[in-house]
Design a binder for this molecule. Structure first.
Ligand code: RIB
Ligand code: CA
Length: 309
């Protein structure tokens, strides 16, 4: 079976970490590179977190530091959700690998050039690095099979009423990506706020009993705390849906839409406007089989070994 070559670009971030856990557990994906981006926390913190996550999960791929700030806007972080480290909660191993000597855009370009087949980019943070790659290396667009990103929301935002965090941090980058002509799958709040993992699911994960299961259960508990206070019945696992799109599209309801990014506006900057009044430029995930998603997560942690006390 030919595996799908992927590059992960994210701002770990608890849900980025769980997305990468899901991906590493799947036989369908071949992780070629991991790049950090400034978002949930500073680029230094998201890079350190990316290295610790890859050490924990045994992801054997080069890891490069991304851009320290959005293309034009000042950096915006989310310590209220992910904590001061960007990945507060369970203790993690120190990185077992050196940081790649290339920065994110050059590592992505190197992977695209080397790959026989076009590569899928899974973007789970602000799209700064992806846009910078397209600006610096337009000749490599044909080597990108698809961009599957978590971001936006056709019906609503989360950081403002109009805008979701990843898009709001760097609307200019998202605008470049949406206009790139590259095949795009968008997993916005419309689907990710239905991807709710309940406390009972946390315990199903923990009961698998290996080290990764214990860490993922602790990540879920920490990530849920912010949302519990807002009245959510479970943790909305945003970023893993961008991976589900690749490995279990049968769990998703999807619609082809034209998605445009609002880069101006006092109240609407960062909004993702989805409609059918122009040719579609994205497959937009709108619904998910929640129970099937929860089962997929539990099975994924089982791939990391037998229960150990
Ligand atoms: O709005 C949710 C998104 O913002 C997720 O990617 C989360 O990790 C944060 O980056
Ligand atoms: Ca993220």
């Amino acid at each position: 079976m030919d595996r799908i070559p992927v590059i992960f670009d994210g701002d770990p971030g608890h849900d980025d970490a769980i997305a990468w856990m899901l991906a590493k557990a799947s036989p369908l994906l071949d992780i070629r590179a991991v790049t950090s981006v400034c978002g949930n926390q500073t680029i230094e913190k998201t890079t350190y977190n990316a290295m610790r996550i890859c050490t924990l999960l045994g992801i054997d791929a080069p890891i490069a530091m991304g851009k320290p700030a959005p293309l034009m806007a000042p950096p915006m972080n989310a310590p209220s959700v992910h904590g001061q480290s960007g990945l507060d909660g369970p203790k993690l191993p120190e990185p077992s690998m050196p940081l790649c000597e290339l920065r994110s855009v050059e590592l992505m370009a190197k992977v695209l050039r080397k790959s026989e087949d076009p590569v899928t980019i899974v973007a789970t943070g602000p799209q700064t690095n992806v846009a910078a790659l397209l600006l610096a290396h337009p000749e490599l667009k044909s080597k990108i099979a698809r961009i599957s990103f978590m971001g936006g929301g056709i019906a609503h935002g989360n950081w403002t009423p109009a805008a979701e965090f990843n898009i709001l941090v760097d609307p200019e980058a998202a605008d470049i990506v949406m206009k790139s002509g590259i095949p795009i799958t968008m997993s916005g709040l419309d689907v990710t706020e239905k991807a709710l993992i309940y406390p009972a699911d946390f315990e199903r994960v923990r009961a698998v009993g290996n080290e990764v299961a214990r860490v993922v259960a602790d990540w879920l508990e920490f990530f849920y705390e912010f949302h519990r206070r807002l009245g959510y019945p479970g943790a909305p696992l945003h970023d893993p849906v961008a991976v589900v799109s690749l490995i279990r599209p049968d769990l998703l309801e999807t619609k082809a839409l034209c998605v445009q990014i609002e880069t101006k506006g006092e109240y609407c900057r960062g909004a993702t406007i989805g409609h059918d009044r122009a040719p579609a430029n994205a497959r937009v995930n709108l619904g998910i089989d929640r129970d099937g998603f929860a089962d997929l997560l539990v099975e994924a942690v089982r791939a990391y070994g037998e229960a150990r006390s």
